[in-house]
Ligand binder design. Sequence first.
Ligand code: ADE
Ligand code: ZN
Length: 339
Amino acid sequence: MNDELKKFIENIPKAELHLHIEGSFEPELMFEIAKRNNQQIKYNSVEEVREAYNFSNLQDFLDIYYAGAGVLLYEQDFYDLTWAYLEKAKANKVLHAEIMFDPQTHLDRGVEFNTVFNGIYNALKDAEEKFGMTTKIIFSFLRHLSEEAGFEIYEYLLDNKDKIDAIGLDSSEIGNPPSKFERIYKRAKADGFFLTAHAGEEGPAEYVWEALDILHVDRIDHGNHSLDDEKLVERLVKEQIALTVCPLSNLKLRVVKDIKQHPLKTMLDKGLFVTVNSDDPAYFGGYVNDNYLSVAEALDLSKEDIYKLAKNSFLASNISEELKEKYVSLVDEFYRANS
Ligand code: ADE
Ligand code: ZN
């Protein structure tokens, strides 16, 4: 890739909409926190941890991801984890970030909700103040657990309605269709939350239909398998439902065999409302700019494609129309000055 395009990608203002904070846990920080908390990890070195990050599918990754989160015990741990991501985001010219967290991952091992939430929230507020970033929090339900288990933690969501804007659905997709969470999404919609759900990452196009028709989501996480169904593509284009696509995640979890076969360019060409994101950057080999760079190189994306993706990232976000306009004008300005 030429240097000019590389700089263009690295510096264009962007939003990140699909980021699991537990997935930004770098091995170096994992060792540091494990040590101060007197926790054991099953690896002897940072290098050994990185070597273990060789996944054959989503479940393979999730097993390691949940184990990694096991050393997080105190509010300061969650603060440090979130702060480390926010520093990376700032360096990647992320002006707005919507961050997912998985309360059940922590509650189920005895860590209190407020310990997790306060750590994350305070780091986000500090980034707003120090970096001028804007942020949102997505409270994600683990789909391998029951809907009842989701309702058991719903009170935490309501208690923090002034601080949490959206819900999500993540973890093991196949065998856990969106329809399993129909009642909880109905409730969250009635309570005024913005609705997102992972669908069509490993699961079939049918799961994307369910996310639209049964959960009534505002945005789809991943959505790759939508391309298997022309009628679904037509619907997504017509309604301009955003997909938060994560190229390096798709490569590492073998949703695509080769980054050159990644469908992002096809998605753009079909008129799908796509954005580029990092998903779990510590596990998949890169933050948001690395994701842009990898597809730009592999799919020969132009400056216009990058400009469109950056603009989409703000347009697909859960912020006011006014703020969207402000951010889009910054992207426009950058494009004009650099083309
Ligand atoms: N949790 C963290 N990353 C995930 C992914 N890519 N898919 C489903 N659940 C996840
Ligand atoms: Zn994800």
